[in-house]
Write a protein that binds this ligand. Structure first.
Ligand code: ADE
Ligand code: ZN
Length: 355
């Protein structure tokens, strides 16, 4: 197991940076020590082969063979979520934990189909998550947006029906963005072009993103831009395979939401140092650093920042640039962005004086 440690001062600096998270699956924050109590509370029988204790489950999570190996556990985990309060408890635990790591703004994914397929109304899911978002704003001053994802391994007709059931939630801006997740291959973006076209009619301010270039090659990224009209790419780390695409991401300022610990746990890279962060910086491609599914991948947002620091040894100015870009690429309004930029400036000034 890799160890990621940096100096105490650097860690304090990274903690104090006003962090924005753009790639976080709420269902991926289900810690083993919440999974079993929720299964008991809801009388859910876990599969025969499923680990029986928190310790056994944590051990199983130490390494995944690939994305699918992880997803098999992720979808079993979803099954313990039933009632509005379960969704609230899950999201609230994420906000509390991330608050202690300096999270200020979160744009979070959820997968309605992993719940509606078990007879749970989408409104139950969304209202539980929303309550947690409101409490996070009031008590922790964390702003947030909800992004509904379509599960690309399911039939497109199923995705279309889910989209239709979410129309009012988008029209009333209870949902802010649409995403695409689950097994990337062999489910390329083009399968979902119609879904994205429909979603664009829901609200003029709807934001579109898609997982691409995680296990799929660079053409998945190009096609997410061309055919889905996504303005952001989740992961996008395989974009380096296509120089023209790299130039396009830089020119159009397309944010890639990179997930360092996730990409190592899922064996996309063998070590955090292999992530194309230097290539992105040199090319002028904006990116943010995110935790993806922190309960499964062993770290929340600060843990991902620390892991990057141990491998890339960035100076304060580079961190300032990365955090500034992640604020600029957020989907919050200008007032909130200005607040976050002011916080960033104050933190950087403080730590420059200490250096
Ligand atoms: N990293 C990931 N990639 C694709 N689908 C996901 N669903 C949850 N986490 C995911
Ligand atoms: Zn993801």
């Amino acid at each position: 197991m890799a160890v990621y440690e940096c100096s105490n001062t650097m860690r304090d600096f990274l903690r104090d940076l006003p962090k924005c998270e753009h790639h976080l699956h709420l269902e991926g924050t289900l810690e083993p020590d919440l999974l079993y109590p929720l299964a008991q509370r809801n009388n859910i029988e876990l599969p025969e082969q499923f680990p029986k204790t928190v310790k056994e489950l944590e051990d199983r999570y130490k390494q995944f063979k690939d994305l699918q190996d992880f997803l098999d556990f992720y979808y079993i985990g979803c099954e313990v979520l039933l009632k509005q309060e379960d969704f609230f408890d899950l999201a609230w635990a994420y906000f509390k934990r991330s608050h202690s790591q300096g999270l200020k703004h979160a744009e979070v994914f959820f997968d309605p189909q992993s719940h509606t397929s078990r007879g749970i109304a989408i409104e139950t899911v969304v209202s539980g998550f929303q309550k947690a978002c409101v409490k996070a704003q009031q008590e922790l001053h964390i702003s947030s947006k909800l992004i509904m994802c379509l599960l690309r391994h399911l039939p497109v007709e199923d995705c279309k029906a889910t989209l239709e059931s979410s129309r009012v939630l988008f029209e009333t801006q209870q949902l802010h963005g649409l995403g695409l997740d689950s097994a990337e291959k062999p489910f390329p973006p083009e399968l979902f072009a119609e879904c994205y076209e429909t979603a664009r009619t829901f609200h003029p301010d709807i934001q579109l993103t898609a997982h691409a270039g995680e296990e799929g090659d660079a053409s998945y990224v190009s096609n997410a831009l061309d055919l889905l009209k996504a303005s952001r790419i989740d992961h996008g780390v395989r974009s380096t395979e296509d120089p023209e695409l790299m130039a396009r991401l830089a020119r159009d300022k397309v944010m890639c939401t990179v997930c360092p610990l996730s990409s190592v746990k899922l064996q996309v890279f063998q070590d955090v140092r292999e992530l194309p962060l230097t290539e992105f910086l040199n090319a002028g491609i904006p990116f943010s650093l995110n935790s993806d599914d922190p309960a499964y991948f062993g770290g929340y947002i600060l843990d991902n920042y620390v892991a990057v620091q141990t491998r890339f040894d960035w100076d304060l100015a580079t961190w300032e640039k990365v955090v500034r870009q992640s604020i600029e690429g957020s989907w919050c309004d200008d007032k909130r962005k200005n607040e976050l930029q002011a916080e960033l400036e104050a933190v950087v000034t403080k730590y420059k004086a200490l250096a």
